[in-house]
Design a binder for this molecule. Structure first.
Ligand code: C2E
Ligand code: CA
Ligand code: CA
Length: 731
């Protein structure tokens, strides 16, 4: 709306023109009277006109609004400097022209229409108009157009007064947009007064916090604190905002529902007049999900997903760091490699879900045995690494290892079932045993391997001796390769006695290695190496072929005589298929009848049997080979499990036999196993029978056959043949 100044200007201009018109009337009258009077009147008129014009000029020059005068035909009669500035034209360039000469066509048309209306109606027109000024800029003008009249009241022309309200309009537009954003954005916004008391919160803010504005007005932002931030946190935030004008960071808050969430927050100070603080605006968004996603990504890259422990990659990094730390602190660093014993059995029999739960629980137990500063990693499978930092005494590592072993030996509650496992731990120290990451891990592995070989459920400390043993092993592999090529093996046979007749009716083939330097090497020493290197396949073939030859011979002496042959699980892999076929060929060549040869397989092979193993076993059995499960009673020992395979014999392990005399319950258990085996159609052979007492118990338990030093040690085949020729009686 035009203010009082505009009104004043408007009436002044109208008065002026009215007077000019009146004076013109007077002038015309005077012309008709005499010249002297005319002269005088003219002078007076000029003087007054000049004076009026001067006042008018100074007035129109002074006002910031633009101003112009037009004739009734729309021709510019004059304009003020504000007009000149806006349109970039001087008054001389404007006078005598129309709006079509100064503004673009469409705009000029519109203005012409409005002005004609003003003249015709005799009424002023007030409106806002965006006009295009030079350089393509648009300005918003609040335009007042008013007619001026002759003395008789007839319209003479019009004046225009325009106020540039562009900045105000733009500000209003911005405010309107800001308000729209404030209301509709997904970002939470919160406004506080200078004392940090909340004066407003937008709908998104209400949604994120769960509070309605009315509930939190007058409170401070600390109100949302989940308890994660202390007083110092907020003080530091306020200090920063007051010093720099803003702050941003993450805040852990609590929703109205009590649910914790993470916000990304930006705080800005609202400056009032003269540097005073008017208040603060907080912009915040809920980043809980993003944070969780980020954490997940970080974890996936650095953590073992199952247990949350470090993964192999992070372990290496940590180990490198700890090595540097240890150099500085001059303390030792302990590396424990923990391998769970018999984990695979549990995993295979109770399922992966149970196995996973056991691993998680094992991880928790291991963690509970270590300090905050130690690092724990899972290498995958059932292998864990513990880094013990800042060891002042190497014996501390052994103490922790004992503690971990004891904790892991405790029963695991696995849903309905209770599981038992144990752990074998290898210990290496930095810098005593090795100095490089790779070597540390390798020597821990060697030490762990020794713990396994010594019977599991124990730890072993890496020693230089182990290092030598490792080198020794390497030499052995070379020697073994050569032995395979030269066939420097021989077989011994251990008689197996039929309980019913007391006669030797079977014999187990046991391989011996004739080492050129070391002499006789026991199978316990070289079979594991042969298995790891795959050399067991050609060795096993040699054993089978020899054993088959002897079986054919002995069956002609003792009808139905059987020879048993130990077979490693490695020989059941698909790569060894050709080898297994050669056994069948050999049996046909020798015209061996069914069950002349029995394969002694391990329980483990059945436990981990995949379809390949199952079909290989089926094929061998179909070709006439008997199957015996060796070392029964040491591993998982499930008769029900054995039932799923076509097995002929069960060989009760010597450790189990040795325990027979020691307690009543062992004897009962032994009897139970035998009864169950018979029910499943299996014959039972007890091995490692050393005493008459054991033999007695086994006889009473209806064991089918016995083998052990009580009857005979393994002997050369020629010696066994002599016994067989003399009635096959051992005693
Ligand atoms: P195994 O299959 O359990 O063989 C029985 C082992 O117990 C033999 O040891 C035998 O000498 C020993 N033994 C027999 N009676 C008694 C006894 O009354 N008391 C004691 N303390 N021990 C007794 P050996 O010949 O040293 O063989 C050790 C292991 O090497 C065998 O255990 C078997 O697993 C493996 N092995 C032997 N020959 C072969 C083979 O040709 N192929 C494969 N894959 N493994 C073989
Ligand atoms: Ca055996
Ligand atoms: Ca055995």
């Amino acid at each position: 709306m035009p203010d009082a100044r505009l009104d004043a200007l408007l009436s002044l201009v109208s008065d002026y023109y009215r007077e000019v018109e009146r004076d013109r009337g007077l002038l015309e009258n005077a012309l008709a009277v005499n010249s002297a009077e005319l002269e005088e009147l003219y002078a007076r008129l000029r003087e007054r006109t000049e004076a009026e014009r001067a006042i008018f000029r100074s007035f129109t020059n002074a006002v910031p609004d633009l101003f112009f005068v037009k004739s009734g035909q729309g021709v510019y009669r004059g304009c003020n400097p504000a007009f000149e500035r806006m349109l970039g034209l001087r008054e001389e360039q404007v006078i005598g022209r129309t709006v079509h000469d100064v503004l673009p066509h469409a705009m000029a048309e519109e203005i012409t229409r409005i002005e004609r209306q003003v003249i015709e109606s005799g009424k002023p027109d007030l409106r806002e108009q965006w006009i295009e000024v030079p350089h393509g800029e648009e300005r918003c003008l609040e335009m007042l157009r008013a007619p001026y009249f002759a003395v008789d009241g007839s319209p003479l022309g019009l004046i225009g007064i325009g106020r540039d309200v562009t900045d105000r309009r733009r500000l209003e537009e911005q405010t309107r947009l800001a308000a729209l954003v404030y209301q509709s954005t997904g970002e939470g916004m919160l406004v506080t007064d200078a004392d940090w008391r909340i004066v407003d919160i937008n709908p998104a803010g209400e949604r994120i916090t769960g509070y309605e504005a009315a509930e939190i007005l007058g409170r401070t932002p600390e109100f949302f604190n989940s308890g994660q931030q202390d007083r110092a946190f907020y003080e530091a935030m306020r200090e920063s905002v007051d010093r720099t004008g803003h702050w941003h960071g993450e805040v852990s808050d609590r929703r109205r529902s009590g649910e914790p969430h993470t916000k990304s927050v930006v705080v800005n100070r609202l400056a009032g007049a003269e540097g005073s603080v008017q208040g603060y605006v907080m912009l915040f968004s809920d980043i809980t999900e993003k944070k969780q996603a980020d954490e997940l990504i970080w974890k996936q890259a650095n953590r073992d997903m199952l247990t949350g422990l470090l993964n192999r990659r992070m372990l290496r990094e940590r180990l490198e760091n700890e090595i540097r730390q240890s150099d500085r602190s001059r303390c030792s660093l302990g590396v424990l490699l923990i391998d769970l014993d018999h984990f695979k059995e549990i995993n295979d029999t109770l399922g992966h879900l149970v196995g996973d739960n056991l691993l998680k629980e094992a991880a928790r137990r291991i963690s509970a045995c270590t300090r905050e500063t130690d690092a724990i990693a899972r290498l995958g499978g059932d292998e864990f690494i513990v880094l013990l930092t800042r060891l002042t005494d190497p014996r501390q590592a052994e103490k922790v290892a004992s503690k971990i072993i004891a904790r892991l030996a405790e029963p695991f509650q696995l849903g309905e079932a209770v599981g038992y496992i144990s752990a074998s731990v290898g210990i290496t120290l930095y810098p005593q045993d090795a100095r490089e990451v790779e070597d540390l891990l390798k020597s821990a592995d060697q030490a762990m391997y020794v713990a396994k070989r010594q019977g599991r459920n124990r730890f072993s400390r890496f020693t230089q001796g182990l290092q030598t043993a490792a080198q020794e092993r390497l030499r052995m592999v070379g020697d073994l390769r050569k032995a395979v090529a030269d066939a420097s093996f021989h077989l011994n046979f251990q008689p197996i006695v039929d309980v019913a007749t007391g006669q030797i009716h079977k014999a187990e083939a046991l391989v011996r290695w004739d080492h050129p330097v070391r002499g006789l090497v026991a199978p316990e020493e070289f079979i594991p190496i042969a298995e790891e290197t795959g050399l067991i396949v050609p060795i096993g073939d040699w054993v089978f072929h020899q054993a088959a030859r002897w079986a054919a011979r002995w069956r002609s002496i003792v009808p139905g005589f059987q020879v048993t042959v130990n077979v490693s699980p490695v020989q059941f892999r698909s790569e060894a298929a050709a080898s297994r076929e050669s056994w069948v060929g050999r049996m046909q060549d020798l015209a061996l009848e069914r069950d002349a040869l029995i394969l002694e397989i391990t329980e483990g092979l059945l436990l981990h049997a995949d379809t390949d193993v199952t079909s290989a076993l089926g094929a061998l059995r179909g070709a006439g080979l008997g199957i015996a499960v060796d070392d029964f009673g040491t591993g998982y020992s499930s008769l029900a499990y054995l039932h799923r395979f076509d097995v002929d014999f069960l060989k009760i392990d010597q450790a189990f036999v040795a325990s027979l005399g020691t307690s009543e319950s062992n004897a009962t258990l032994c009897e139970a196993i035998i009864v169950m085996a018979h029910k499943l159609g299996l014959k039972v052979v007890a091995e490692g029978v050393e005493t008459e007492a054991q033999a007695d118990l086994l006889r009473k338990a209806h064991c089918d056959a016995m083998q052990g030093f009580l009857f005979s040690r393994p002997i050369p085949p020629e010696q066994l043949e002599a016994i067989l020729r003399h009635g096959a009686q051992v005693r």
